[in-house]
Design a protein. Structure first.
Lengths: 546, 164
């Protein structure tokens, strides 16, 4: 057994089924060992950043650590954007990079890059393996670090000679024994009691859920809490899907790009429960204002997030699922639930009154993306996985996609264009029985369109929607507001004919030019279990923010 | 505002760079950092003097605590701790100035550790304020080179000791 065999064995023992990657000389010993063993399916992507996005989509749906394996130098540096994207959204990944021979490190040889140094600020932890005998311990620790506490990517850089080094005794540790890394999981009972005490006094409580709820797999606990305590819910972009979009207790996404009534609900509450949310700039523009005159309870697994952007009345560190199991064990008094009826009625009236001002789209000329997305939501199965890219399409998707029991995935923290296709591939591989759809603009499509080949080679059927307006719409919109309609660097004039791209990859192509074609075309596009590309023409002058 | 933090970290190759990298990445001010292996060679003790407002200093403590290599971080409060810094000062000193410098050095319980016909090297240990005061006393002399270690510190008594 050599180092490469040892890694493969570790991955098998961790229950890895699929990994995403790219070949290269430095990592070739690993892929030989993987081929030899044959238990784990490798998926060859077309550029390394996609390997990390695929692993991210896979991890988010499979609720396991995503794995990607690439070569040294440019292979490793290409991976960085994918790692940074996963880090910003706390997605657990273990990324292996090949490295030049140990004795060559530091001498700038062919395809050498100091990848552990380069990714330092985007990983939870990184290893440069010096001795193959350390591999079992390192792999065990890496999977543990990635998936515990606040989740995130871990990188393991393995020189090619370590991959080929003989490993005499392979002993996979049963448990992790790290002296310095001990994340808090169980919430402090004293703090939990304080939270319950404050809740019992609140007549206008609200809970704001973030991506941490999905990561902690705590959706049922949150839904039970909301039901039993009659606490209305708003969400951040990453928290979409914690509540079904049309649940009467759900009052939309907060923030700059969110719903007016969601922000209003936040402001008028007397108690705000922030759960697994960072209170980031895009969600809460002026954190000092929303906390005025109310009790703020911040629940997060990462103590450093609490108080980073806003000082809470009660901080509570721990795993959200654990904490809500404990909170849900307390009974809420009937009087209190009754008292909250008025508050819920007020919010409901806001929701009915403050509907979006929708710009007048000439549907004889273009398609209204909002109406398109709502219709798409109705036609998709209720457990569908919807991956939104970045740009105007993301904002339209956030506000108009109706989640039922499926998932809504997007690159929230980093805002990485081109995330949707590879993430959708990973998601589909994690849930082959569910419909997976990626929705993007023509800018993002061209950042990842090479992955159509990955879909074809791996036989992964994903539905692709490209909202085409021939421009980088989100920036164009920014220029509309901030540069008085002077549009620099946003025109996408060289766009290929998408019909021909689809044909080149043997994929059925559909086209919705104007709004009246939605109803005829959408069912055909969704009908079969096969990849398909749908072009939807939207107005370059349309605005996502209103 | 300034705070002194004491850290206990894994004695691994990347640990110090991860900690200093965190400070530069998040824009925290670091005034001094000293590191050295502890009685148990598996660990390194680091003393960091950092400055910033209350919120920044709280974030520093939390973000450092989050690093995988860090076993412990806590503030060394001035009233419950002792701090020391070592400074070496090379001063131009011909025969006529030598006596005056030696007198000041003795008053501050410093040592002369190198003498040449035109220079002296003084070694002085103490709290930062003492070293600052000593340097003020050397105002009339020409300081050729100065090396300061930054402070190392320990809490008083046994209350906060971590038994490894």
């Amino acid at each position: 057994m050599n180092g490469a065999d040892a890694i493969v064995r570790c991955l098998e023992l961790e229950g890895v089924e699929i990994l995403f990657g790219y070949q290269g000389a430095a990592i070739a010993p690993f892929y030989r060992a993987l081929g030899e063993s044959g238990h784990i399916r490798p998926v060859l992507v077309r550029t390394e950043s996609s390997a990390a996005h695929c692993a991210s989509g896979y991890a988010r749906i499979r609720e396991k650590v995503g794995v990607c394996v690439v070569t040294s130098g440019p292979g490793a540096t290409n991976l960085i954007t994918g790692i940074a994207t996963a880090y910003a959204d706390s997605i657990p990944l273990v990324c292996f990079t090949g490295q030049v021979q140990s004795d060559m490190i530091g001498s700038d040889v062919f395809q050498e890059a100091d990848i552990t140094g380069a990714v330092e600020s985007f990983v939870k932890y990184s290893y440069l393996v010096r001795d193959a005998a350390d591999l079992p311990r390192i792999c065990k620790e890496a999977f543990y670090i990635a998936a515990s506490g606040r989740k995130g990517p871990v990188l393991i850089d393995v020189p090619s000679d370590v991959l080929e080094q003989e490993v005499r005794r392979f002993n996979y540790p049963e448990a992790v024994n790290m002296r310095t890394y001990k994340p808090t999981v169980e919430g402090n009972m004293v703090q939990i009691k304080k939270v319950v005490g404050e809740l019992a006094k609140a007549s206008r409580p609200i809970i704001c859920v973030g991506g941490g709820v999905h990561l902690a797999d705590a959706v049922p606990q949150i839904r039970a809490f909301v039901r039993d305590n009659q606490v209305p819910v708003v969400s951040t972009m990453m928290g979409i899907g914690v509540m079904p979009s049309e649940d009467p207790m759900y009052f939309g996404m907060v923030g700059n790009n969110g719903r007016v009534y969601a922000n209003r609900a936040l402001n008028e509450s007397d108690l705000l429960l922030m759960v697994g949310a960072r209170v980031a700039d895009r969600a809460v523009n002026r954190p000092d204002l929303i906390t005025e005159g109310k009790v703020l309870i911040h629940i997060d697994v990462d103590p450093a997030e609490i108080g980073k952007n806003v000082g809470p009345t009660i901080p509570l560190v721990g795993d959200i699922r654990h904490i809500f199991e404990k909170i849900n064990a307390y009974e809420t008094e009937a009087d209190l639930i009754h008292a909250r009826k008025d508050w819920i009625a007020t919010l409901t009236s806001y929701r009915e009154r403050m509907t979006d001002r929708i710009p007048a789209i000439d549907e004889m000329q273009y398609t209204d993306p909002r109406r398109f997305i709502r219709r798409l939501s109705e036609l998709l199965p209720e457990d569908a996985i919807y991956v939104a890219d970045v740009g105007q399409n993301q904002i339209w998707s956030c506000t108009h996609y109706i989640v039922r029991n499926g998932r809504f995935l997007t690159s929230g923290g980093m805002g990485t264009m081109g995330y949707s296709i590879p993430a959708a591939i990973g998601a589909k591989m994690a849930a082959p029985d569910r419909t997976v759809i990626a929705v993007m603009g023509d800018g993002a499509f061209q950042m990842s369109m090479m992955e159509l080949a990955t879909m074809r080679q791996a036989g992964v059927p994903v539905k692709l929607v490209v909202m085409k307006n021939g421009t980088l719409g989100m920036v164009r919109e920014y220029q509309h507001y901030h540069y008085h309609d002077v549009f620099d660097m946003v025109e996408l004039k060289g766009d290929p004919a998408l019909s021909k791209i689809a044909e080149a990859y043997d994929m059925p192509f559909y086209h919705i030019e104007t709004g009246d074609q939605i109803d005829a075309c959408l069912p055909l596009f969704l009908e079969k279990e096969e990849s398909a590309l749908l072009q939807v023409d939207v107005d370059p002058n349309d605005l996502a923010k209103f | 505002m300034k705070k002194v933090f004491q850290l206990l970290v894994d004695n691994t190759s990347g640990a110090l760079s991860r900690i200093s990298g965190l400070f530069s990445r998040r824009g925290y001010n670091i005034e001094s950092i000293t590191a050295g292996v502890t009685a148990d060679p598996r660990y390194t003790r680091i003393t960091i003097v950092a400055s910033g407002d209350d919120e920044i200093l709280e974030q520093i403590e939390k973000q450092v605590a989050k690093l995988v290599d860090v076993r412990d971080i806590h503030e060394l409060k001035p009233e419950e701790s002792v701090y020391r810094e070592l400074a070496m000062i090379k001063v131009r000193a011909g025969a006529e100035k030598r006596q005056g410098i030696i007198l000041v050095t003795n008053t501050f319980r410093g040592n002369i550790i190198d003498v040449t016909p035109e220079s002296l090297i003084i070694e002085i240990t103490g709290a930062q304020s003492k070293i600052d005061a000593f340097l003020r006393m050397l105002d009339g002399y020409e300081i050729l080179e100065l090396a300061r270690t930054g402070i190392a510190g320990l809490g008083r008594g046994v209350d906060q000791v971590i038994y490894l």
